[in-house]
Design a protein around this ligand. Structure first.
Ligand code: PLP
Length: 351
């Protein structure tokens, strides 16, 4: 038994010995002067993967998204986004706090919007209104249980946005999960957007960082925004080497995380008192409901933790579990058994 089994998030992954060796051996320079060779290598590599002219390495996905928004909007502008997206829910409204930018949200189905929902949402050009400038999408969708955006819906929304003079930004924190699960390349997904943010510190397993990718002129401007946000890092090649290693070794293996999520999903589906929501798991994130008869999500999470399985309560009856490269399929099978047995013991208690 290898416990604990940490399913709280795919951010908990630690650099492997081989990744650490790559980091220890990294050539470095001063990235604020633009001469850290490992950072430059990472930026060129990720830009090429996404089919963009340039990329900038930043400390976090939050900074990457906020710089992306700031590139397309200024004070008095607004962007359109899905109501449960990370930019809106988990970044402290930074676009408003820091830049005076507004957001208009529209609720999708597990994070998926259709173009029809956006029609008519662009503010008229008059002195009463904010200026609608940008559409932000998220793929895969975090609060949508790792849902992959339907490719055709993305193409339609971005085509509509372009036709109406709106910029397009993709929060692709888990874009590579969508790539591996859909078989659609990162460059194809990214082709619909002006700027794309990807995270190295989620399922790819690097310790730190994200990249914002886009046209060279925008990424040049992004360097100024990164600096004022305190994201100018010096010998960042040390951590960029972890990100490079992740891109070179840890993309294809995301399929294992998706297979492991399906193992957990099957167990939850077959456990009385638990209900998957959504039923279908696209990638590596599962959300399930605990029947109130079994207690609250928080009490269920505490019981699981006592058994060595770590998850998160995200609402009074909702629990989130995420598979990643630091949990093996053996551990996932064990976690599935522990979750089922914990629920069954509670059902017997109330039954
Ligand atoms: C994790 C995440 C981010 C960025 O998070 P940081 O913790 O700031 O790196 C952005 N978008 C989504 C969808 C995420 O899951």
């Amino acid at each position: 038994m290898q416990l604990p089994i940490d399913l709280r998030s795919d951010t908990v992954t630690r650099p492997s010995p081989a990744m650490r060796a790559a980091m220890a051996a990294a050539e470095v320079g001063d990235d604020v002067f633009g001469d850290d060779p490992t950072v430059l290598h990472l930026e060129a590599h990720v830009a090429e993967l996404l089919g963009k002219e340039a990329a900038i390495y930043v400390p976090s996905g939050t900074m990457s998204n906020q710089i992306g928004i700031r590139l397309h909007c200024q004070a008095g502008d607004e962007f359109l986004c899905e109501a449960n997206c990370h930019i809106l829910c988990y970044e402290q409204g930074a676009y408003a706090q820091l830049f005076g930018i507004a957001a208009r949200s529209i609720e999708g189905e597990y994070g998926v919007l259709q173009v029809e929902q956006l029609l008519g949402r662009i503010q008229p050009e008059n002195d009463h209104c904010v200026r609608t400038r940008l559409v932000c999408l998220e793929n895969t969708h975090n609060r949508g249980a790792g849902r992959i955006q339907p490719y055709d819906a993305v193409a339609e929304i971005c085509g509509w946005a372009a036709d109406n003079g709106l910029a397009r930004h993709l929060d692709g924190a888990r874009l590579f999960n969508a790539v591996v699960a859909s078989g659609i390349s990162a460059a194809d997904w990214a082709s619909h957007f002006d700027t794309v943010s990807v995270c190295f510190s989620k399922g790819l397993g690097a310790p730190v960082g994200s990249a914002l990718c886009g046209p060279a002129d925008l990424i040049r401007r992004a360097r100024r925004h990164r600096k004022v946000l305190g994201g100018g890092m010096r010998q960042a090649g040390i951590i960029a080497a972890g990100a490079l290693y992740a891109l070179e070794h840890n993309i294809e293996r995301l399929a294992e995380d998706h297979a492991n999520a399906r193992i957990l999903a099957d167990a939850i589906r077959n456990t009385p008192g638990l209900r998957l929501d959504p039923e279908v798991i696209d990638t590596n994130i599962l959300i399930f409901e605990v029947d109130p008869e079994l207690g609250t999500a928080a009490s269920f999470v505490a019981r699981l933790r006592d058994e060595g399985v770590w998850t998160n309560a995200t609402a009074p009856q909702r629990i989130r579990a995420v598979t990643h490269l630091d949990v093996s399929s053996e551990q996932v099978k064990q976690a599935a058994a522990i979750i089922s047995e914990t629920a069954k013991s509670l059902v017997e208690l109330v039954g």
